[in-house]
Design a protein around this ligand. Structure first.
Ligand code: ATP
Length: 209
């Protein structure tokens, strides 16, 4: 990877439902901070996710868990704005706002390979690719391989789209599986940070699948 221009701050942007945040999210944030030469990494718990069929847990709970999971990581910061925006959450709106707030910064949008494959269906796909560099972390089940994500598999990729790999050991962890385990009353140790496991217990989250 070419060295980033030190005059251009690179702002990491990592969105998700975080319902709940889990150890693969934490590992991904740590890997991004270690590898992507970011000036800062913002984590955006989504408001009303347009692409998730399931009703998400209350934003209040997802934000509280995101703070518990990420606040201790130097350089990372939970940004609550998407949960405050009325209507469906679009990453494009967030990227436009960040460009207005930090015109000199280069946003680096960090996604797992499953989301990278879905990018062409995102609202404003072409503008997203014009604004942001896309950094893709491998997610083995998504690509069926453990190799780096190949942007060439995406249809209608605009010329000039910029991709950077993010090396992350393959972690077979998903929020879907964690919710199912919680519903069965199973312990969540080794899947979510301990403080998040305590929050789930205390607030009786995910008791039914
Ligand atoms: P769900 O199972 O409810 O769909 P999830 O585990 O995919 O949730 P999200 O909050 O939707 O979690 O994911 C936020 C981001 O983290 C997405 O870009 C997703 O690709 C990435 N991500 C989640 N889990 C992993 C993982 N195990 N490896 C790599 N990337 C991941």
């Amino acid at each position: 990877m070419a060295l980033a221009d030190p005059a251009v701050p690179r702002l990491g942007v990592f969105g998700g439902a975080f319902d709940p945040p889990h150890l693969a999210h934490v590992a991904l944030v740590q890997a991004a901070l270690a590898q992507l030469q970011l000036s800062e990494l913002r984590i955006f718990p989504t408001g009303q996710a347009w692409h998730k069929a399931r009703r998400l847990s209350a934003a209040e709970d997802r934000l509280a868990m995101a703070h518990l999971a990420f606040d201790g990581i130097a350089g990372a910061r939970v940004d609550e704005r998407e949960t405050l925006r009325p209507g469906p959450t679009y990453t494009l709106d967030t990227l436009r706002e960040l460009k207005r707030e930090q015109p000199l910064a280069q946003p680096v949008l960090i996604v797992g390979a499953d989301q990278a494959l879905a990018l062409p269906s995102w609202h404003g796909f072409e503008e997203i690719l014009a604004i942001a560099i896309i950094s893709v972390a491998n997610r083995a089940q998504a690509t069926g391989s453990s190799g780096p994500f190949d942007p060439g598999v995406l249809p209608n990729l605009p010329s000039g789209a910029r991709f950077e790999p993010l090396e992350l050991p393959s972690m077979d962890v998903s929020a879907t599986d964690i919710r199912a385990r919680a519903a069965r009353g199973e312990a969540l140790g080794g899947l979510v940070p301990p403080a998040v496991a305590r929050y789930i217990d205390k607030h009786l989250l995910y008791r039914s699948a």
